[in-house]
Ligand binder design. Structure first.
Ligand code: MN
Ligand code: MN
Length: 347
């Protein structure tokens, strides 16, 4: 009855006709990635509500990078609400300009197929069942795609994601951006929470204890032993104040030296940013990184062998003017570009 095409169909059709121009140059037109709906064809505030208006994963033949929502927040210790993070990040990602990134010299959606894989179904009343659901879904997905960038969700999800990555790649160098260590043992007797994923991961030997580190740590602790216990798991720490005293270049150098040539998993808790830059999160800590510092550290990691990542703890109910979700969406886009430059990805 309605003859008018949807904005998504228009976008795909016009991107498709642009691809015909490419066809004369490319012999393998079947494998040309389906790109996001162009912001110069359909206004960015319209069109599909996938991350960066990318195609859904069911619409592509193969996929290099899957954007995966994990709306789980039953592991939070203070403000809940990160279950609404994935959709808020997708909404903010409409604003991204997705054709070319000058900092990496990449056309990330032309050089590889990126798609939105939707959300994992998690049981909001059962943490253990949710952890298993995430592990199963991510393990299966990594059998079909090269990399996953997960949208949290609270930081509990990093444990099943690391298990899935280990299933396919073995132990990885973990680079963990966070105000907090997240290596506590239990909260109120609970072993699986957003403050404990890297203690469990250490016990399961999911990361390389000679190549992993925390970046952006700050603030008071529960006990003097917290730092000692953390170090026993094999972590080195870049304290947040070192961005001021040593500078971004020095921090990039320390990360590169630590991770070496190992495969890297990036886990980014949005509360690594100062609440002025990311107020919409569950456990904010003042005196944090600026969004410029975080973006510049990430750009300094271009060329390292990053294999998958998560961006967690976006809780939109405490956000203002999309500050936090825009920061998270932009960081996800930076990671897509990092993966484009990851050695395992280049042909
Ligand atoms: Mn945190
Ligand atoms: Mn965390």
């Amino acid at each position: 009855f309605f003859k008018q095409k949807t904005a998504y169909e228009i976008g795909v059709r016009l991107v498709g006709s642009e691809m015909c121009i490419r066809d004369s140059e490319m012999t393998d037109s079947e494998n040309t990635p389906i790109q996001p709906v162009s912001g110069t064809v359909v206004p960015r505030f319209a069109g599909p509500s996938t991350f960066a208006r990318l195609p859904e994963i069911r619409d592509v033949k193969s996929c290099d990078i899957a954007i995966l929502g994990i709306p789980f927040d039953a592991g939070t210790s203070y403000r809940p609400g990160a279950r609404f993070g994935p959709q808020a990040i997708r909404q903010a990602s409409r604003h991204l300009r997705t054709q070319y990134h000058p900092s990496y010299d990449t056309e990330p959606f032309i050089e590889q197929q990126v798609a939105d894989a939707g959300d994992i179904t998690c049981n909001p009343f059962n943490i253990l069942e949710s952890v298993e659901q995430i592990q199963t879904a991510a393990t299966e997905m990594l059998g079909n795609v090269k990399s996953i960038i997960s949208l949290g969700g609270d930081h509990t999800i990093a444990l099943p994601l690391l298990r899935a990555v280990n299933h396919h790649f073995g132990p990885v160098a973990l680079v963990h951006f966070d105000a907090h260590l997240d290596t506590w043992d239990t909260y109120f007797g609970a072993p699986y929470t957003h403050g404990t994923p890297f203690r469990r991961a250490g016990e399961e030997k999911l990361f390389l204890d000679h190549a992993s580190m925390h970046v952006g740590i700050r603030g008071p602790l529960y006990s003097r032993n917290d730092l000692i216990n953390d170090e026993e798991l094999g972590f080195k720490v870049v304290h947040c104040d070192e961005f001021q005293t040593e500078g971004v270049e020095h921090v990039i150098g320390r990360i590169k030296e630590r991770v070496g040539n190992n495969s890297i998993y990036l886990s980014i808790d949005i509360d690594v940013l100062d609440p002025a830059h990311a107020p919409g999160t569950g456990t904010p800590e003042i005196a944090g990184m600026s969004s410029r510092e975080l973006v510049n550290v990430l750009r300094g990691l271009a060329g390292l062998n990053i294999i998958s990542a998560d961006v967690v703890e976006v809780a939109p109910a405490y956000d203002q003017a999309e500050l936090t979700s825009l920061a998270a969406a932009t960081i996800v886009y930076e990671i897509i570009n990092l993966l484009t430059r990851s050695p395992g990805k280049e042909s």
